[in-house]
Design a protein around this ligand. Structure first.
Ligand code: CUA
Length: 365
């Protein structure tokens, strides 16, 4: 009888743990929309910092973590000792433990010690906060304006006149990059875990984010503030180049594109782009009439490896699916002015547009 009751209890405990286990296991998935983990990498890789601003935050976190671990172990040990030593025993009968009220010395000690610990932790915390909030000046700082939109990221480079791009942020290595971030609609949060902490982007406000990449590479990011229907589909990538490569990239991308020599499909696509609804939302520097600002600037669209909030690889196939029905590919509310509408394009129009979009690239050198 006893044994069966115990078995029943065990099953109940296991069932209660199931949701917790599921949560823990799915937290490590690398194929979810919001992940910032590269395919094939370990989940914790997304959190190993690269560059000094991320490392600063990481070191502060580790310091506070160790202080917390020591306190946790100490307090838990005291609780366990108290439970074992002062538990009820069979010969206790109705006898109550000694009734006491207050102990000024103990209370003073357990107020002063935590206060001292908090004051101690505050010193490095405040230092890091001020360091990260300090806006660096000088020639060796790259400044980028970041604007969050439902549901994509816009980047403008004031030091390279005309340069504007979307979703994929290019930066140089070994240089402080200052992002001045804001939002066009609701609050988003710019988060590239390997390079910096999360920073809300708030309409009407400019927030500072500092990045510093030690090594060239690609770093994944994700909007980290719920911002509506496609919040999970608002990703980003940061590509860090060697300084000389970055300069070349930026100077090239700042130029207008030449599209007057197109022929065939691509020329038909260009005409469809200008005569259709596309130009109402998108700019192409170098194409007359294409100066919409609601959607991403598409000037060198085909140089970008990903599109639509950096969630789709920039292949002909996904581009075709996208043009056929954008809200089906990515939940959006075009009726409310959020995201790209289905333009009811015919297959021929889609083919022509894809051919045209493929011409939006750096010319072969
Ligand atoms: Cu933008 Cu979530």
């Amino acid at each position: 009888m006893r044994a069966r009751a115990r078995a029943g209890w065990r099953w109940r405990a296991l069932t209660a743990l199931l949701p917790v286990t599921t949560l823990v296991v799915t937290a490590c998935a690398t194929n979810t929309a919001q992940t910032t983990v590269e395919q094939g990498a370990l989940p914790q890789d997304a959190l190993s910092p690269v560059g000094r601003f991320a490392i600063q935050t990481d070191e502060l976190w580790n310091l506070v973590l160790w202080v917390a671990i020591v306190i946790f172990v100490f307090v838990e040990a005291l609780i366990v000792v108290a439970i074992l030593r002062f538990r009820e025993r069979p010969d206790d009968g109705d006898r109550l433990p000694k009734q006491i009220h207050g102990n000024p010395r103990l209370e003073a000690i357990w107020t002063v010690i935590p206060a001292l610990i908090l004051a101690g932790v505050a010193v490095p915390t405040v230092r890091v906060l001020f360091d990260l909030a300090d806006e660096p000046e000088g020639n060796n700082v790259l400044s980028v304006d970041v604007i969050g939109h439902q549901w994509w990221w816009e980047y403008q480079y004031p030091q390279f006149e005309g340069l504007e791009t979307a979703n994929i942020l290019h930066i140089p290595t070994d240089q402080t990059v200052v992002l001045k971030a804001t939002s066009d609609d609701v609050i988003h949060s710019f988060w590239v875990p390997k390079l910096a902490g999360k920073q809300d982007t708030v309409p009407g406000r400019e927030s500072l984010i500092k990045l510093y990449a030690d090594e060239p590479g690609e770093y994944l990011g994700q909007c980290a503030e719920f911002c509506g229907l496609s919040h999970a589909n608002m990703r980003l990538r940061v590509i860090a180049h060697e300084p000389a490569d970055f300069q070349r990239w930026a100077q090239q991308q700042a130029r207008s594109i030449r599209l007057d020599r197109l022929s065939g499909q691509a020329a038909r696509g260009r005409d469809a782009f200008v005569e259709g609804a596309c130009v109402g939302c998108h700019s192409i520097r170098g194409l007359e009439g294409a100066s919409g600002t609601v959607g991403p600037d598409l000037t060198y669209f085909s140089d970008r490896g990903w599109f639509a909030g950096a969630i789709f690889e920039n292949t002909d196939e996904s581009l075709r699916d996208w043009l056929a029905d954008p809200p089906k590919m990515k939940p959006m509310e075009p009726g409310d002015g959020r995201g790209m509408p289905d333009l009811n394009l015919s297959d021929q129009e889609i083919d022509a547009l894809v051919a045209f979009l493929r011409e939006l690239k750096t010319p072969d050198q």
